[in-house]
Write a protein that binds this ligand. Structure first.
Ligand code: FES
Ligand code: MG
Length: 586
């Protein structure tokens, strides 16, 4: 490969070998040689390949990338490149306070500066835990140098007493068991910990498996690589191949703008429905599309995704976990099945220089219990429904997780099977919810619709994953396992709750939710795609005027500089909750 290079075109030459700028070149060179790189290496015309390292002790989901980096390096060197590994701002979904939602844009901004300002010809993005994947892809789209993503892979399956316990999903279940007194504190911790038996990210179809699956569906990672469990040897092999591939990409000058197209995003939307992907996907894909300059609207999720059936039988929508998904064929098997239905734009380019059609056409499903054939799905029409009305301009509902119990309770009126209404109880932020959910004075019964507001990108900076609220313990004991929930925050991809979420604009931006009061009635119509408070227009206008006179919807003060900067610059969830001034840099 070495003799095919065209060194003139490599951007790193402007740092390391520019005779017209000798004094700066000397300065750039000397310090990069201080750990053993030779002058002739740096001036060899070999591409300098960044390894954007997202793993660390603070980011356990991605920590295995510290090991995989050795194989990435081996691939890069083998193909004739020089690896430069550097850290990315750590993101840990579950460990970061107040929410890791803040960190996606911070990691994005930081990575843009690195990719732009250092002598890198291409980059391997080490992705994994929820927001690490969009953060890396967004930065690569902005800087638009050759980039390939490598998923760290899910943990091995979790087990407890012979049953699969999936990360995140088991937490929701264990909280119910704890609330109803069926397990104690020790039992609760043990049950939850059983779901995390190895290195890797959440083994359910949460946001991590979703976003890495979608990165592959978009064409940004090697075919078949997203779903390999972290500890498998195949994962090490994928790391090596990714290192080989990025050098070829630099030689071919294949950039994110060659891969990320409207067609690839529509493919990803369809794949998301088929895998039962996370409700965080519309937010992250909107953000990525905006940084890539690709048109993508929230309605595209309904127009292209809603009627796609659920094929992948993974928790939380189904029963299996990450190892099973990989053995059943992973993303290529899903894409292959959608290709057979004519539902994939086969011409979309991918990192390996082949189209997604070429990569996945003819790939078979290896285990039909885990990946169902299109004609025998787990659920029909399993994508997202987009709702709007006087409460918000848009909100999203994940249809694949509507349980039979939920359907019986709320969607079984023979005259009006797709609609329900009820009085609301409004919570202002997660602290308010935790303080009052079990307080009898809150007055929640089985007809109540729970509202979470103040949890959007401005209100709870970054948007908290808190819209899926469990019912009061007394209702759970009475057999009510889920109440309808609605809000301007996000929801964990591991939750099986059919909440109405990502409401935009949020209460803190004076969306309709800010005007809702406990005791108001709300009507949801899934067929019409509507969610409205049954409050007269004049009353709504009066409430708005009164709240504006008070200075708007109140939310807690920022605790850190970044919280304030993000609040001042962030957009709404519908449009990706990006740092708005960043979008013009493409
Ligand atoms: Fe990191 Fe789920 S918490 S992947
Ligand atoms: Mg999450």
């Amino acid at each position: 490969m070495a003799d095919q290079k065209t060194p003139r075109t490599l951007r790193s030459r402007a740092w390391f070998d520019d005779p017209s700028n000798a004094d700066m070149t000397a300065l750039y060179l000397e310090r990069y040689m201080n750990f053993g790189l030779a002058l002739e290496e740096l001036q060899s015309g070999k591409p300098i390949i960044g390894i954007a390292q997202t793993g660390s002790d603070l980011s356990p989901c991605n920590r295995h990338h510290l090991v995989l980096a050795e194989r990435i390096r081996a691939g890069i060197v083998e193909a004739g490149g020089i690896p430069f590994e550097f850290p990315v701002h750590p993101i840990q979904e579950t460990g970061k306070r107040p929410t890791a939602g803040l960190d996606r844009n911070l990691a994005y901004i930081g990575l843009v500066e690195i990719l732009f300002g250092y002598p890198l010809d291409g980059v391997v993005l080490t992705t994994g835990c929820d927001k690490t994947t969009p953060a890396c892809l967004m930065a690569a789209a902005t800087v638009n140098i050759p980039a390939i993503s490598l998923s760290v892979g899910p943990m091995l399956n979790g087990w407890h007493r012979g049953e699969r316990t999936g990360s995140g999903t088991i937490v929701w279940k264990a909280r119910e068991l704890l609330a109803s007194g069926e397990i104690d504190y020790q039992g609760f911790i043990k049950l939850v910990a059983s779901s995390a038996p190895s290195t890797g990210f959440c083994n359910t179809m949460g946001t991590a498996s979703t976003m890495n699956g979608l990165a592959e569906a978009l064409g940004m990672s090697l075919p078949g690589s997203a779903a390999i469990p972290a500890p498998y040897r195949d994962r090490q092999e994928a790391a090596y191949r990714t290192g080989l591939q990025i050098v070829e990409m630099v030689e071919a000058d294949r950039k994110p703008s060659d891969v990320l197209s409207r067609e690839s995003f529509l493919n990803a939307i369809r794949v998301n429905a088929a895998i039962g992907g996370s409700t965080n996907a519309p937010i992250h894909l909107a953000a990525l599309a905006r940084h890539a300059g690709v048109e993508l609207a929230i309605d595209d999720w309904q127009d292209y995704g809603r009627d796609i059936p659920l094929l992948v039988n993974l928790q939380p929508a189904g029963e299996y976990l990450g190892e099973d998904f990989y053995r059943a064929g992973g993303v290529p098997a899903v894409v292959g099945e959608l290709i057979r239905q004519g539902l994939i734009d086969e011409g979309a380019m991918t990192v390996n220089g082949r189209t997604i059609g070429d990569n996945c056409r003819g790939v078979a499903i290896e285990d039909e219990k885990v990946i169902r054939p299109y004609g025998r799905p787990l659920k029909a029409a399993a994508g997202f429904s987009v709702l709007r009305g006087n409460l918000f301009d848009s909100a999203v509902m994940k249809l694949s997780v509507i349980s039979d119990e939920f359907r019986r309770r709320y969607l079984s009126n023979p005259d009006d099977p797709d609609a329900f209404e009820g009085p609301v109880v409004v919570f202002d932020g997660p602290e308010d919810y935790h303080a009052r959910i079990d307080d009898p004075a809150t007055g929640i019964d089985e007809n109540t619709i729970l509202i979470m507001r103040g949890a959007g990108p401005i209100g709870y900076p970054g948007a908290a994953e808190v819209v899926n609220m469990r019912p009061p313990a007394k209702l759970i004991k009475a057999g009510v396992h889920a109440l309808p929930c609605m809000g301007d925050g996000r929801q964990s991809g591991t939750s099986g709750s059919p909440s109405i979420l990502n409401a935009s604009p949020e209460a803190a931006a004076m969306g309709g939710l800010a005007l809702l009061r406990t005791g108001d009635r709300v009507r949801i119509d899934l067929r019409k795609g509507e969610a409205n408070m049954l409050v007269p227009d004049e009353e709504i206008a009066a409430r708005r005027a009164a709240l504006e006179a008070e200075g708007g919807y109140a939310y807690p003060a920022s605790q850190t500089p970044w919280q304030e900067i993000q609040r001042d610059t962030v957009g709404q969830l519908e449009t990706g909750a990006v740092i708005e001034p960043a979008v013009k840099y493409q």
